[in-house]
Each structure stands twice: as C-alpha cells, then as structure tokens.
Design a protein. Structure first.
Length: 141
C-alpha cells in the first residue's frame, strides 16, 4: 500500500515538474518576443514595415550590422545567420554588405547605432523601426 502511494506521489511530482518547466519555457520564449514555431516567419514579419519604406520592389540595398561598427562586440555566427535571414526576408531585393547604396538597412543594437551615427551624421536620412532596424537613405557624401 505504501509503495503504491509513493509511486503515485512520484508520478504527481514528475507531472508538476514537467508543467512547471513547460510554463517557464513559454514565459521565457514570450519574453524574447516569439511564441511561434517558425522563427523565419517571425524574421520576415519583423522586416515588413522596413520593406514598405523602400521605394522599389526589386533592386539592391546595402546592409550593415553590429559587425560593421568598429568597437562593437558581436557574435560572428549570429551575424552571418541574421544576414542570410535578412536576404531571405527581403527577396527579391538583393542585399550588399556596406552602405554604398542609396537605400540601406541597418540591423543594429542601440550601442552600434549610436556609434555608427556619430560618424555618419548628415549622410543619411534615418528611419528607425522596432527591433533595432533602421532604413538608411543616403542623402550626401
């Protein structure tokens, strides 16, 4: 009788621990801003407002990220993955690294944008979007 009770208590404990873990996972995922199973679709949605600001459907735009800003720490694997995801999200627009194009995308942390804008003030009209995205329209030098 005692072993049956211990077995049931153990099963109940496992169920409660599993539910607690699942709830923590959901809350952590929600805090990161995504509760879907498709991070690529989330990435596409993130870029939709910026894409609407580009005055053409096909063409070439520049792309910069934290790796393009001297002194900013970045993760090379994440940086390359985000570049590839951005290429996918912006297709058929073609991305070229750098800001030599008339229209450019900045995928920058707050610190990277602050550092970048110090050196490029007056050269670009900047439209900020959620999630560290910036549409950079070259207006000078």
């Amino acid at each position: 009788m005692k072993t049956v009770w211990l077995g049931r208590a153990f099963i109940a404990l496992v169920v409660v621990a599993s539910l607690s873990s699942s709830l923590q996972n959901l809350l952590s995922t929600r805090a990161l801003g995504s509760i879907t199973d498709d991070p690529v679709a989330d990435w596409e949605r993130r870029f939709q407002p910026l894409r609407a600001g580009i005055p053409f459907i096909r063409g070439v735009v520049g792309y910069i990220s934290d790796s393009n800003v001297p002194g900013i720490i970045f993760d090379p694997a994440n940086d390359e993955g985000e570049y590839i995801l951005t290429q996918y999200a912006m297709a058929p627009i073609i991305l070229i690294k750098g800001t030599d194009q008339e229209w450019n995308i900045g995928n920058l942390s707050n610190a990277a944008f602050a550092a970048w804008s110090e050196h490029h003030s007056g050269n670009f009209e900047v439209t900020p979007f959620k999630g560290g995205l910036y549409l950079l329209h070259r207006i000078g030098g």
